[in-house]
Write a protein that binds this ligand. Structure first.
Ligand code: SF4
Ligand code: SF4
Length: 441
């Protein structure tokens, strides 16, 4: 019988909470606590809530398996207290050593650092991992996939919410590789002509205009917004523009820093100092400040805090890129020396989701996005082999190969961080390169 680590790897399970880290790697840790992260905080995304309401038994079994594997004696399921139905569904199936931890309905409640701090009182060291404080965190959908992996069932579908300007907001299991354009049709299609998609939610998601973009194992949701809405325009701003405007308009009020969740946790991040660096001259000197390095890219500074509507978040993002390229990235030990105590006002600076929705101009979207249960059967899928983290798998099929749902299309590297890819529909492979394209026959 293969180990759980091998089963999870063979099933191609990656973190469904956004980062896409291969799930098997976390199972090699030895810790005392495992947290099932269901504290979904991106406004208008409901897939974790739906998963806990409908698949609580499977998710808890995945949590139990992970606890057994890593030697943990404590399991916690982090859920926002407003999600009463999910709490009730999970509570019904809880064994003695697993409990629910209720979280406030604030942003970014689902951030790993926030979840670990609030539910255990432990602070992940800056630049470190939860396992450094004895914790493994897995998203609730990832745990569902781990439960299935233990039965030899690979990841072929991703649970996603479709919301915004669509006829019928919903959450559904979409086959990996299905076009976003087709996924929109499942939700009745867009109700406006000129739109863009926010892939991954309004706060951390990116603007996508290509409807051929395929669903991946990390896809969590798409929000349909008018191309000319303020939020879509702000998110689409080019680097030259947000740097030029930031350089001329930042008045150094430091509200971005005062509201930054990572700064409030004591980490060495100060976005107003990153903005100040824009004023310096010399090759790349405007982005070579270590005060950006601990940024988690949550967007509170740009979309909530800044009274001038500047973009400190994206300035932090490009600063991190430049620090890496210039070999000026600080080590975890250096960052930890700069870490301070948790800010005494942290508890008073939370950002309530309802007010955030209003600030983003999304408060008109009040509909829930319930589980859609009818079969979703695209004629064609394009399964990308390029992972968010790790090494791409090697194709095992070629044009003309016939595949069934769940067949392995590409094998993981044996020597590097890597997971295989599997067929999400039955059919014939018509292309096998960086993506594997399957057409139904
Ligand atoms: S909140 Fe805006 S104006 Fe104030 S320091 Fe930050 S970027 Fe500058
Ligand atoms: S995006 Fe802004 S608020 Fe969020 S962690 Fe980075 S600097 Fe702080």
């Amino acid at each position: 019988m293969p180990s759980l680590i091998q089963q999870v790897r063979d099933a191609g399970v990656i973190g469904a909470g956004g980062a896409g880290f291969p799930a098997y790697k976390k199972l090699e840790a030895r810790v005392d606590t495992v947290i099932a992260n269901g504290a979904e905080c991106e406004p208008l995304l409901f897939k974790d809530k739906v998963l806990m309401e409908h698949y609580a038994t499977e998710m808890i079994d995945g949590l139990r398996l992970v606890m057994q594997q890593v030697g943990a004696n404590q399991g916690l399921v982090a859920i926002k207290h407003k999600n009463r139905k999910a709490i009730a569904a999970v509570t019904r199936h809880l064994p003695a050593h697993i409990s629910v931890f209720e979280m406030e309905d604030v942003y970014p409640a689902g951030d790993e650092y926030e979840v670990v701090y609030h539910s255990t009182g432990r602070r992940i060291p800056s630049g470190g991992l939860p396992l450094h404080v004895g914790v493994v965190v897995q998203n609730v959908e990832t745990l569902y996939h781990i439960h299935r992996a233990a039965q030899g069932r690979p990841v072929t579908h991703s649970l996603m919410t479709i919301h915004g300007h669509v006829k019928q907001p919903l959450t559904a299991w979409f086959p990996v590789g299905m076009r976003y354009g087709e996924a929109l049709e499942v939700a009745g299609g867009a109700t406006i002509e000129d739109f863009v998609l926010l892939d991954g939610g309004p706060m951390m998601g990116k603007v996508v205009t290509d409807l051929n973009t395929p669903v991946t194992r990390v896809s969590s949701g798409i929000i349909v917004l008018g191309r000319e809405t303020h939020l879509a325009e702000r998110k689409a701003q080019a680097e030259t523009a947000f740097k030029r405007i930031g350089k001329s308009a930042c008045d150094q009020c430091s509200l971005c820093t005062e509201m930054c969740p990572r700064y409030l946790l004591g980490y060495p991040i100060q976005p107003h100092l990153v903005m100040r660096a824009l004023l310096t001259t010399g090759p790349m000197s405007d982005t070579l400040t270590h005060w950006a390095q601990a940024c988690c890219e949550c967007n509170i500074c740009s979309l909530w805090a800044c009274p001038e509507e500047l973009d400190p978040r994206n300035v932090c993002v490009v600063t991190k890129r430049d620090l890496k390229q210039q070999g000026k990235w600080l080590s975890a030990e250096q960052l930890q020396k700069l870490t301070k105590d948790v800010h005494p006002l942290k508890a008073y600076r939370s950002v309530p989701t309802s007010r955030l929705l209003r600030r983003l101009g999304l408060h008109r979207f009040t509909a829930d996005a319930p589980l859609y249960t009818a079969a979703i059967a695209p004629e064609r899928v394009a399964i990308t082999l390029q992972p968010s983290v790790g090494v791409p798998p090697t194709p095992l099929v070629r044009a003309g190969s016939r595949v069934a749902v769940g067949d392995t299309l590409a094998a993981a590297s044996e020597t590097a961080l890597s997971v295989p890819a599997h067929a999400s529909i039955a059919g014939e492979v018509i292309e096998a390169g960086q993506s594997i394209v399957i057409a139904r026959v």
